[in-house]
Design a protein around this ligand. Structure first.
Ligand code: FES
Length: 642
């Protein structure tokens, strides 16, 4: 009789028995399971680099696909990567597939970012049902519930109860309704006493200049609304160094900066998301925040002073869990109305009494994502993950263009990161007619060499109000090609004959369009100088990082260009500007706001958080301001390329 193998697969409360014969036993388990309709989250491409495909070996043995060595089941479930093992030719094997290893979503593109990795659906907050029959008899209820949840969910972290859990006398209730919440080094379980409305989460990128948030339906993972705002800290300093310096000089600035980002930026953004989506405050179950290390310190009210002096020591880098109600939210806001309140004056009064923190529910957790160093923060780690760079085997680069330009090189198993102070020009800040990419912003400029009037694209197809980063890049590149700009970014002498060029208070100005208010929207020589300084800081960072490991741009397989400007940047114009020196268009992938993408992924898949912690631990940082070559490299990069 021919050899035969029987594979038993447990998924949730289902059990599948699969006979596997002949050559199919040579397929790795993840491929075999996919054929059987159980698709795992193989986000690293089945290369043994992630934890997306972990399953538990319960009985029998499996064969290591690389070495051919057998791995036997033990008394305790044994966690294995399904893409690294196949079955033996005969016998009985039993595995368990935890919910967190099932594929929920392929890579996806949304308005603000491109996600290049798949994910499971295992949110940091979830409502679960636990059959009373699964509770071990004779134990205190809380202990029995924790044990049963731990068995059911199979997490690496322990499960603890938030206070007492009362069991109803049977047979009144067949299943307990519970809230399960990631709480840092453990999962927290508590009873859900009332039928919960649909839970929502919020993912946030707290940038130095701009803060962006998305409202996410935790049941299905869809983004239901997006909002962005200027970080109110900008009034107190336009970059992280000035804000840190302010804290060193006046310790009370820590509280003022925290108030600015929490009460005057994050809170109105969340209120706006809720109001526009008609979601009630108590439906918010969890928030995940990415940001640079200084922003996360200030959001948590932690003194960042030690990051202002060598050796730039942060007070924390690890994943931190705060409670929304413990943050310094401001009192009732005139704009703070939940959907319920907007229809009910009594509820409106209630809503006004407590701001958006959940009413009648435990405070939602606020997860601050893990960072690697003072100037390579959680925003970068989130980007390394969401861009998919973490799983690239060829050399690749992530360049995150923001007020701090952050750059990470993946070379073999090594991650090298650095940051460079670019300033807020690419976010449209500090420029004559600059604005964030939002309704009314000119997002693209098309300037043909022989044409006197540029074509423009405006976000929202409304009369233009200002110019955002993508259009500034277009302008610099195209004005250079049209002969209006010289290589050094100054207007050419004969540009004065151009009908759109006139003298202004900051050098000459090129009028791009007439604004909605009838005033000209223009780009000045000073604006161009600031843009070139910003791009030179990033370009010099790239050159120094590559020099450090002896690579050239031609050696790189992929450059992921990230930033709040989204992924509608004209790549030819980016290269002409000189932002990415030596790279070819086909090497560049626009990925948008990867910090926000990473926060969104972490909110929905607890395994992502664990992998981000591993990336943060592996990333080595380089201090560019201590690199003697950086200064001259920066000066070299101040020119336009073409
Ligand atoms: S898919 Fe198996 S380790 Fe990544």
């Amino acid at each position: 009789m021919a050899d035969s193998l029987v594979l038993t697969v447990r998924v949730g409360d289902q059990r599948h028995v699969l006979p596997v014969e002949g050559r199919r036993t040579q397929l790795v388990l993840s491929a075999l399971l996919r054929q059987a309709g159980v698709t795992l989250n193989t986000r690293c491409g089945q290369r043994g680099l992630c934890d997306g495909c972990l399953v538990d070996l319960l009985a029998g043995r499996v064969i290591d696909a690389g070495t051919g060595a057998a791995l036997e089941a033990t008394a305790e479930p044994r966690s294995i990567r399904a893409c690294q093992y196949h079955l033996p030719p005969a016998g009985q094997v039993e595995i368990h597939v935890p919910a967190r290893s099932l594929l929920a979503h392929e890579p996806q593109v949304v308005t603000a970012f491109r996600i290049n990795v798949s994910r499971a659906h295992d949110p940091l907050w979830q409502g679960i049902e636990l059959p009373v029959s699964e509770l071990a008899p004779g134990k205190p209820a809380a202990e029995a519930v924790c044990e049963a949840v731990a068995r059911q969910r199979d997490y690496d972290l322990p499960v603890r109860a938030a206070g007492d859990i009362a069991l109803p006398p049977p047979p009144e209730q067949e299943a307990l309704r519970l809230a399960l919440e990631q709480a840092g080094d453990h999962w927290l379980v508590r009873p859900l006493n009332t039928a919960p409305a649909a839970p929502f989460g919020i993912a946030v990128d707290v940038g130095t200049t701009t803060v962006v948030a998305v409202l996410v339906d935790l049941t299905g993972g869809e983004i239901v609304n997006t909002a962005s705002a200027l970080n109110a800290q900008v009034r107190l300093g336009d970059n992280v160094l000035t804000r840190i310096q302010a804290c060193i000089t006046h310790p009370r600035m820590i509280g003022r900066l925290q108030h600015a980002v929490v009460a005057r930026t994050l809170q109105p953004l969340v209120e706006q998301l809720l109001r526009e989506s008609r979601v009630a405050a108590e439906q918010i179950a969890s928030l995940v925040i990415a940001g640079n290390t200084t922003m996360l310190h200030l959001l948590a009210g932690v003194d960042p002073s030690a990051m202002g002096v060598v050796p730039f020591t942060p007070r924390f880098l690890e994943h931190l869990v705060l409670r929304l109600g413990d943050l310094p939210l401001r009192g009732p806001s005139r704009t703070s109305r939940t959907a319920e309140a907007s229809e009910n004056p009594a509820a409106a009064a209630d809503a006004a009494a407590v701001p958006f923190a959940a009413r009648g529910q435990p405070n939602p957790a606020v997860h601050l994502l893990p960072g690697a160093a003072a100037y390579v923060g959680a925003d970068v780690i989130a980007g390394v993950f969401a861009s998919g760079m973490v799983y690239q085997s060829e050399p690749s680069l992530l360049v995150d263009v923001g007020t701090n330009g952050e750059i990470v090189l993946k070379h073999g198993e090594q991650f090298l990161g650095c940051a460079t102070a670019a300033g807020p020009a690419f976010e449209g800040s500090g420029l004559s007619c600059g604005m964030r990419a939002g309704r009314g912003a000119i997002s693209h400029i098309h300037l043909e060499p022989d044409s006197t009037a540029p074509d423009i694209e405006v976000i929202g197809n409304v009369p233009p109000v200002g110019v955002c980063g993508t259009a500034y890049v277009d302008f610099v590149a195209q004005a250079r090609r049209a002969g209006i700009l010289r290589l050094n970014g100054r207007f050419a002498p004969d540009a004065d004959t151009h009908p759109r060029v006139r003298a202004g208070k900051h050098g000459r100005e090129f009028t791009v369009a007439d604004g909605a208010d009838g005033k000209p929207i223009y780009v000045s020589e000073l604006d161009v100088a600031r843009l070139l300084q910003a791009k030179a800081a990033i370009a010099a960072g790239i050159v120094c990082l590559l020099n450090r490991v002896g690579l050239t741009p031609a050696d790189l397989n992929m450059l992921y260009l990230a930033g709040g400007f989204g992924f509608h940047m004209n790549i030819d114009n980016v290269i002409c500007c000189g932002l990415l020196p030596g790279f070819r268009p086909e090497q560049i992938s626009l990925v948008g706001n990867t910090a926000l993408a990473g926060a969104y992924l972490a909110l929905l898949d607890s395994g992502v958080l664990a992998e981000m912690k591993q990336i943060a631990a592996r990333l080595e940082t380089i201090e560019l301001n201590l690199d003697p070559a950086f200064e001259s490299c920066y000066i070299d990069q101040l020119a336009v390329t073409a």
